[in-house]
Design a protein around this ligand. Structure first.
Ligand code: HEM
Length: 185
């Protein structure tokens, strides 16, 4: 009896996959770190955590630029034809918004640090340019921007993860497997 062959799943290339999971991992660490550190009273620990937050945050910015560079030269695999056109559109828009946020959040952090007259010295080695002149009101406004972009990201990531799990365990169309290392069958 001939076994029904499982659909051939076209996957993301390994650089796209590696950058996806590395950026996700870093953001899942940076978010709670940001919430925790900003509530701390001024101390050596708070200043150290701010430094780590900024160093990893700028690293995320760099990785996202690398990822967009890769994506520009390597089109992501088509979604399975079983997914209705309108859902494919929604997914494209959601991915686009996620990219805008994971670029905008570290940039807004870098801008707020600049407006607060605190130069970011990446990993204590590379002094980054100040993106904005010193301005207390601007720094305060950018704290709000940074936080708002973060809570928007948290909401969209929840939708993104829920959609991936629905495709994997309800629709069983292998969409999540496209971003997981492993065989193409
Ligand atoms: C994707 C990367 C990043 C994520 C996910 C992230 C997340 C967060 C979160 C959740 C908070 C707490 C917001 C709140 O109080 O509600 C925060 C605070 C903060 N972040 Fe980030 N951040 C990132 C990158 C950066 C970068 C690159 C910098 C600076 C170079 C930065 C500077 C700050 C500062 C200074 C605060 C404290 C604001 C305050 O005084 O309350 N962040 N971040």
């Amino acid at each position: 009896m001939k076994m029904a062959s499982r659909p051939h799943i076209r996957r993301y290339a390994w650089p796209a996959m590696a950058l996806h999971w590395l950026v996700a991992l870093l953001i899942f660490g940076l978010f709670p770190l940001g919430l925790y550190m900003s509530e701390l009273p001024l101390s050596v620990l708070k200043l150290q955590l701010y430094a780590w937050h900024k160093w990893f945050g700028i690293t995320v910015l760099l990785l996202v630029v690398l990822r967009l560079g890769w994506r520009a030269g390597h089109r992501p695999p088509e979604l399975p034809a079983s997914i209705p056109r309108w859902q494919q559109r929604v997914a494209e828009w959601l991915h686009g918004l996620l990219y805008v946020l994971i670029l905008g959040i570290p940039l807004s952090g870098w801008m707020l640090s600049s407006a607060a007259d605190v130069r970011v010295v990446w990993w204590g080695v590379l002094a980054l340019p100040m993106l904005l002149p010193t301005s207390k009101p601007l720094a305060h406004a950018l704290v709000l921007v940074h936080a708002t972009l973060n809570y928007t990201l948290a909401a969209l990531v929840a939708v993104h993860v829920a959609a991936a799990l629905k495709h994997q365990f309800i629709d069983r169309d292998g969409v999540l497997s496209r971003m997981l290392p492993g065989s193409s069958r």
